[in-house]
Design a protein around this ligand. Structure first.
Ligand code: CA
Length: 319
């Protein structure tokens, strides 16, 4: 019994800090996290390129969960391009949003008949899926956004539900777009609008802190993460600054910003143990200055500490 206790105590010390990257059992990219029922659900794309691969090989989306930000349980595949009748392939960046007990997974994939990448939406009654295509067709297709001539400007969807319960879909590469979503979360409403942001590459993400909206995005190439702020979800947006520098061995940079148990986190990916096409999700703390500006993210190999170390001695509930 004493030995068991000692082992538990030692494991508490070992696991008190996360190691970056936090997911090492597979390569994961483009993280997007939500907090639901005191648990963080972390969604990510699945990089399956071979070690010498020179392009993305991505066919499904994965989910992981944690109650302490350090111990992450793989909850498996949530969705797969095989389940999308209109997809030509590619399971690119996704994000999940919960509304009235249903979970909506917005994703990017290549369209089979309308040339270019497209945004779709899948739905589930459970944050860990399985998700089913909600429409049987795309939500946004390349030919709806023609301001720039691009095959892949309709990628990287992110959804934010404002305080008045109006939902907005933001997305884009080279151009940043947004449109209202109907209450059913699977149809758009009104015109698609464009946000002008300096050196916008891709990966828009919206969060709110106090009374300010923050639109963070991948900036330049290789990508850093910068942000702009507004007093309204629809802008106008005022550029602030770069907060995350280039990441190791990877040109892309893709962020999710969440608050969990009164602490803010910056979730991103690096090429630390793989590379451009074999990425891995990592986590750092995110801090605000008194004026609400975000401090520069410090990329570390050791990540963040467990929220409640005492809890480490207990088996964590999975379901
Ligand atoms: Ca387009």
């Amino acid at each position: 019994m004493k030995t068991l206790f000692t082992l538990l105590f030692l494991s508490t010390i070992v696991f008190a800090k996360a190691q970056n990257p936090i997911i090492t059992e597979m390569f994961t990219a483009d993280p997007a996290a939500i907090v639901y029922n005191d648990t963080v659900f972390l969604y990510a794309g699945h990089d399956e390129a071979t070690v010498n691969g020179n392009g993305y090989v991505m066919n499904n989306w994965q989910v992981f969960s944690s109650s302490d930000m350090v111990n992450w349980a793989s909850r498996g595949e949530v969705f797969n391009v095989d389940k999308i009748t209109w997809s030509k392939g590619d399971a690119w960046a996704s994000e999940v949003e919960e509304r009235k007990g249903k979970f909506y997974l917005y994703f990017c994939t290549e369209h089979k008949t309308i040339a270019g990448k497209a945004v779709g939406v899948a739905v589930s009654d459970n944050p860990t899926g399985p998700f089913e295509d909600a429409l049987g067709k795309a939500l946004i297709t390349n030919n709806q956004t023609t301001g720039i001539d691009s095959y892949w400007d309709d990628i990287d969807p992110t959804v934010f539900i404002d305080d008045d319960n109006q939902a907005y879909l933001y997305w884009g590469n080279s151009a940043c777009y947004f449109v209202k979503l109907k209450e059913n979360m699977i149809e758009t409403e009104g015109d698609i609008q464009v946000v002008n942001l300096p050196s916008f590459t891709e990966a828009p993400y919206i969060h709110k802190y106090k009374n300010t909206y923050y639109l963070s995005y991948a900036y330049g190439w290789p990508e850093k993460i910068a942000y702009a702020t507004s007093t309204s979800i629809t802008g106008p947006w005022t550029f602030a600054k770069v907060i995350n520098d280039n990441v190791n061995q990877c040109g892309t940079n893709h962020q999710s910003i969440i608050e969990f148990q009164n602490q803010w986190y910056f979730i991103y990916h690096t090429g630390d143990i793989g590379g451009d096409f074999r990425r891995s999700v990592a986590i750092e703390y995110l801090y605000y200055n008194n004026d609400g500006s975000i401090r520069e993210i410090v990329q570390t190999p050791f990540g963040v500490e467990a929220i409640n170390k005492i809890e480490q001695c207990k088996p964590s509930p999975i379901d």
